[in-house]
Design a protein around this ligand. Structure first.
Ligand SMILES: Cc1ncc(C[n+]2csc(CCOP(=O)(O)OP(=O)(O)O)c2C)c(N)n1
Length: 558
């Protein structure tokens, strides 16, 4: 017996454990939508108001659930709009499957409305992509996509599904999938024992080893193995922004974030004192290393653990390459160093952290108006419990939260779109995260620049009754860039200021319960009320523009 192509797509998603699909309808998607309407698949479809945000929702969902996120849209503009979210997910090692329906195979090359070359469009920006030409290929192509997304370094995949392919026949017996490929990492790679021994030897000989963790440890679920090894060596653990959650940040060995976006001079000093750096699931990119200056190349030995062989040694000369899943590599190192247990020595780290937070606390307790961004971070961390998920947009939110919002638990609770840093990510990523972990509170923190890039999705939050809280840091300026003009270009401000928006009123018009806060003394109560409410809420905080605030970065250009 046969299924239609569209029915086979629905069955293939179900076979891989998909629970929720984020997307937006279109002419070329009618067969797919009809199959979703007819079949008893149990998957939820979340209609969004823009494909970009459908992809960001799938990304947020995948980041916190450990499962593949799925988004869909129609041909033409649906594909170009889905793309930004797929690129971000791919570069952030997040498995997101994007499906765009397409004009019929039979109509190709005939100036058909919305026709574009989806294969070429998505190829350089996803880990794996295909345009289907025949219905019979649907099962094989979907299996390959799930495999590619969740094995090795996770990433995004894209499938274009032409209209006539959705209507053609698929043999029912061919429609099967391995549900373990719907989770990541699905296939772990073990390290070469030769290099494990070499790394263990270097670690034994090192006086001041330091770990710098990227997103890898959390993706791999390697937090326990990391902490065990750090305690064994009494070694500080620093992270990138994507690496937050590798270790609870209040732990004696946790450094916090390093680098030019969220790092501070104090956290940098810990890296500078190291004689051996272990990069774990980390690309050692420009931001983390402050343009490859910290750690100082040539002055430290380097052990680099990454599941992606191309990442190891890309930026630093590596003494020991460990190409492996982070959890397996760290477990192997623990085994090789089983006899070692150095006494915990963290006094200089404690001093550096105290210095870092002394500066912050002075600003965070200020009752000045407009409200200082530090105050927003401090009030938010008081109002939220350790399980809450916080998504931060670029601008003020990401560097301030990553530097000063304490991630109290290991695992993915604070995240940003660190690959491309497009404004307007946090609202929809937070919505997706809610579907991934509905039992905890999810909060999105955005600048007003970001608000302007995602406001249409307020309707989605209301329609879907999502109990998430949005915090807008309002300053009527692209503040991060203006601060750059101040710091690096003699204050020659050019085209960075925009008008004031009453975000609370805008949100209310959509049906979102909202607060506008100008008085710092009222901020804590407003946040608590908003967070406690059972539906979508927004707190519009009238803030000091960043150019007048102390920025926690050491340089502007990444
Ligand atoms: C899509 C996109 N366009 C441009 C930028 C460059 N950019 C980085 S930060 C920033 C300013 C952010 O302004 P806002 O959201 O108001 O936050 P603020 O910096 O004022 O806190 C801009 C324009 C970007 N990150 N993403």
């Amino acid at each position: 017996m046969n299924l239609s192509g569209a029915e086979a797509v629905v069955e293939m998603l179900k076979a891989h454990g998909v629970e929720v699909i984020f997307g937006l309808c279109g002419d070329t998607s009618l067969p797919l939508y009809d199959a979703l309407a007819r079949l008893p698949h149990g998957m939820r479809h979340v209609l969004t108001r823009d494909e970009r945000h459908a992809a960001y929702m799938a990304d947020g969902y995948a980041r916190v659930s450990g499962k593949v996120g799925v988004c869909e849209g129609p041909s033409g503009g649906g594909a170009t709009y889905l793309l930004p979210g797929l690129v971000e997910a791919n570069e952030s090692s997040v498995p997101v499957l994007g499906i765009n329906t397409d004009v019929s195979v039979a109509s190709r090359g005939r100036f058909t409305l919305t026709e574009l070359d989806q294969k070429a469009l998505m190829k350089p920006l996803t880990k794996w992509n295909a345009v289907l030409d025949r219905s019979a290929d649907i099962p094989r192509v979907f299996r390959a996509a799930f495999d590619a997304m969740t094995s090795g370094r996770p990433g995004a995949a894209h499938i274009a599904l032409p209209f006539d392919v959705q209507n053609g026949p698929v043999e029912r017996s061919d429609v099967w999938g391995d549900p373990s490929l719907g989770l990541y990492p699905s296939r772990r790679v073990a390290p070469d024992p030769f290099y494990v021994e070499l790394a263990a030897k270097l670690l034994r000989g090192a006086k001041r080893p330091v770990f710098i963790c990227g997103g890898g440890p959390v993706i791999s679920g390697a937090q326990d193995e990391l902490l065990e090894l750090a305690l064994r060596l009494s070694a500080p653990v620093a992270t990138t922004i994507s690496g937050q959650g590798s270790i609870p940040e209040e732990h004696a060995l946790a450094v916090g974030v390093v680098g030019s976006n969220g790092g501070t001079p104090e956290t940098r000093s810990i890296v500078d004192q190291a004689d051996l750096v272990v990069f774990v699931g980390c690309r050692a990119g420009s931001v983390t290393t402050e343009r490859w200056r910290h750690p100082v190349p040539g002055k430290v030995k380097v052990v680099h653990i990454d599941v992606d062989a191309q990442t190891v040694g890309a930026n630093y000369r590596v003494d020991v390459p460990l190409v492996a899943d982070a959890k397996l590599a760290l477990a192997a190192l623990n085994e090789a160093l089983d006899d070692l247990r150095r006494p915990l020595e963290s006094s200089s780290l404690a001093k550096a952290k105290a210095q870092k937070f002394a500066g912050f606390n002075a600003l965070a307790s200020s009752d000045d108006t407009p409200i200082k961004p530090e105050r927003v971070v401090a009030e938010l961390s008081k109002a939220l419990d350790a399980d809450a998920i916080v998504v931060a947009d670029p601008g003020t939110p990401c560097p301030y939260l990553s530097a000063y919002y304490p991630v109290r638990k290991s695992g993915r609770t604070l995240f940003s779109n660190r690959a491309h840093g497009a404004l307007g990510y946090s609202l929809s990523a937070a919505a997706g995260a809610h579907y991934g972990r509905p039992s905890v509170k999810t909060v999105a923190v955005m600048g007003d620049g970001s608000f302007g890039m995602c406001a249409g999705e307020l309707e989605t939050l209301v329609r879907c009754k999502l109990p998430i809280t949005l915090v807008v840091i309002r300053n009527a300026v692209y503040g991060w860039i203006k601060a750059g003009q101040k710091t690096g270009y003699g204050g020659r401000y050019f085209s960075v200021d925009f008008g004031i928006t009453d975000h609370a009123k805008v949100a209310e018009a959509f049906g979102v319960k909202s607060w506008k806060v100008e008085d710092p003394l009222k901020l804590g109560a407003a946040l608590k009320e908003a967070i406690a409410f059972s539906g979508p809420t927004l707190v519009d905080v009238v803030c000091q523009p960043l150019q007048e605030a102390r920025a926690p970065v050491s340089e502007w250009v990444a």
